[in-house]
Design a protein around this ligand. Structure first.
Ligand code: ARG
Length: 581
């Protein structure tokens, strides 16, 4: 489809070849958007050195061979030797027209790859807190985007459903009784359940019949496959899933039960992982534990840092399961590329796991692994977001508050709508605001959680973009036309029309870029700019009261296209688009 930057790049490239010979035919002409023209080719400066000629001369030689008359209305050399390129209005209009008829809105269909995406991954029987909000929201947006680009995305929710805490959780469940109201906490406030078990453990006496000793015996029973213990474990995990699903439904993320691939899934592979590493001489026993020592990984005082794959007590840990995830995703899921959307502090862990897997031959060179690092969410005090009492913030409570606050705004702005509809808008706006705030900043930087800012109707916020699309819908309602029927011939006489149309051509390229770079904030930035172009457009270009019918139909077609781009773009971010606002 029509990415002007890409088309111009190819044209200038072939002019380079024609001007200076075939060895220059694949030189990158470095086309960038420019404030003096639509685009600027910047290659001449670097080429001048190579050719031993003046940059302006180089540009003149390129221009002699440059054939862009069908696309550009102005081509001129500027400054020290840039080539300024200004697009033709009829070309922009024709491209926008083509997008209007394109169900993919200019988004390329890429060669499908198998892409397992590891994201969300909360821990069972602990509250999903704000850190998991980001891994969930960013991961889901990447899954949606890569799927839209044509890839086979395989969602992998690596929940923490195994390990020593289950000893105390199971003992606690037995003590309170499986049918007790406290057991229900697992589906409503799992953190409270976890805390209760933890408190018992911490204040337990030392005797063999005391809680702590029983909990430890439970861990052994669980690992050796004791049936009754496994049944209780399954019950706790099952109830926790109910809770996770509540959060996922509220958030509107695409994860379902079939995407669950928790730590326990890999239990049967762990012994083999260790045996193979030992047999291949990659792992060695050190202080009774089986460890991998890798070049270049050192801890304090330059001591080699081990990746522990089997603890001295024979148990397996987080690293062992993650080595198994690599094998499973390569061998069974046939991964071409794999993403792990996980907190930034785990960067070292993944580096060590992947280096080990490559050494063991489990991770072929051509399978790319990426840790999509997730930064912290901070409170107004600049520290990790907590409640006033210092406890971790409950995700569910946070989402409820967002919807509550949004409903106050909706009630003020739209007293004319009935209550049910207002509630539905408030839900979309509240949840959308939280998710958008998370996606509008680059995923590896920290951001400060601030309800007032994320719910504001101005600035780079979810509600601002939701409003931009609702406003288009309301123009169509007023005009008595449906956006799907707006097929007028687009022309771009006014500058604001031209800017809007050109912006719309940028959707496909930006979505492709998000897929390559795994940075949803680039899509947010694009949508924000698009919404701003729309505002300027309304200021200069009346739609329903345009001068002529042709002009009115053209403008309706243009905003119909803008509506589809906004709705599609927000959907790729996982943000819903309300009909009214
Ligand atoms: N459950 C882990 C946590 O809360 C995240 C798991 C990420 N995925 C993985 N394959 N290690 O920190």
């Amino acid at each position: 489809m029509a990415d002007p930057q890409e088309i111009l790049s190819r044209r200038v490239q072939s002019a380079l070849g024609a001007a200076f010979g075939p060895e220059f035919a694949d030189t990158d002409p470095v086309i960038r958007p420019s404030q003096f023209a639509d685009y600027q080719a910047n290659a001449a400066l670097a080429l001048a050195k190579r050719l031993g000629r003046k940059p302006r001369e180089v540009s003149a030689a390129i221009m002699e061979h440059l054939d862009v008359s069908d696309i550009c209305r102005d081509v001129e050399i500027s400054g020290p030797g840039f080539i300024n390129l200004t697009l033709r209005e009829d070309w922009i209009a024709a491209q926008a027209q083509a997008l209007l008829e394109d169900p993919r809105l200019g988004v390329p269909e890429q060669t499908p790859q198998n892409v397992p995406i590891d994201y969300s991954a909360p821990n069972v029987a602990k509250e999903m807190h704000v850190a998991h909000l980001r891994t969930t929201v960013v991961g889901d947006s990447l899954a949606r985007t890569l799927e839209f680009l044509g890839h086979n995305v395989i969602r992998q929710n690596h929940i923490g459903d195994w390990g020593t805490p289950f000893g105390m959780l199971i003992e606690h469940l037995l003590e309170i009784g499986e049918d007790s109201p406290e057991a229900d906490l697992l589906t409503t406030d799992p953190n409270a359940f976890y805390q209760a078990a933890r408190n018992k453990f911490d204040s337990s006496g030392p005797d063999k019949d005391d809680f702590a000793a029983r909990a430890r015996r439970r861990v052994v029973a669980l690992q050796s496959g004791d049936e009754e213990t496994l049944r209780l474990w399954r019950e706790i995990v099952g109830l926790s899933k109910v809770y996770f699903n509540k959060v996922y439904t509220k958030l509107g993320v695409t994860l379902t039960d079939k995407d669950l691939a928790g730590e326990s899934t890999y239990n049967d592979m762990l012994a083999d992982v260790c045996d193979e590493l030992a047999a291949k001489g990659i792992a060695e026993v050190s202080d009774d534990a089986l460890c991998v020592f890798l070049d270049g990984f050192t801890g304090r005082e330059d001591k080699p840092l081990p990746l522990i794959v089997r603890k001295s007590d024979g148990g397996y840990g987080y690293a062992t399961t993650d080595l198994a995830t690599v094998r499973y995703r390569v061998d069974t899921l046939k991964a071409d590329r794999m993403l792990y959307v996980v907190g930034a502090p785990q960067a070292m862990h993944f580096k060590m796991v992947w280096t080990t897997a490559r050494k063991a031959g489990w991770l072929p060179e051509d399978v790319e692994t990426t840790h999509v690092q997730i930064g912290n969410v901070l409170g107004s005090d600049g520290k990790i977001l907590r409640t006033r009492s210092g406890a971790p913030v409950r995700l569910m409570a946070l989402l409820d508050e967002a919807v509550e606050r949004a409903s106050v705004v909706v009630a003020e702005n739209r007293p004319d709508l009935d209550e049910e509809e207002r509630a539905e808008i408030a839900r979309k706006v509240g949840i959308g605001a939280v998710k958008y705030a998370d996606l509008a900043v680059s995923h590896d930087t920290e951001y400060t959680f601030d309800f007032d800012r994320m719910l504001a109707l101005t600035g780079n916020t979810g509600p601002y973009l939701q409003y931009a699309q609702a406003r288009i819908r309301s123009i169509f309602r007023k005009g008595g036309v449906s956006p799907t029927e707006a097929h007028g011939t687009i022309s771009v006489g006014e500058k604001a029309e031209r800017d809007l149309a050109l912006k719309l051509l940028g959707f496909g390229p930006v979505v492709a870029q998000v897929g390559d770079l795994l940075q949803p904030h680039r899509l947010s930035a694009y949508l924000f700019e698009l919404a701003q172009s729309l505002t300027t457009f309304y200021e200069h270009c009346p739609v329903l009261t345009a001068n002529t019918d042709i002009e009115r139909r053209s403008r309706l077609a243009l905003i119909a296209l803008a509506l589809r781009v906004l709705v599609q773009g927000l959907d790729l971010l996982g943000v819903e688009s309300p009909e009214h606002m």
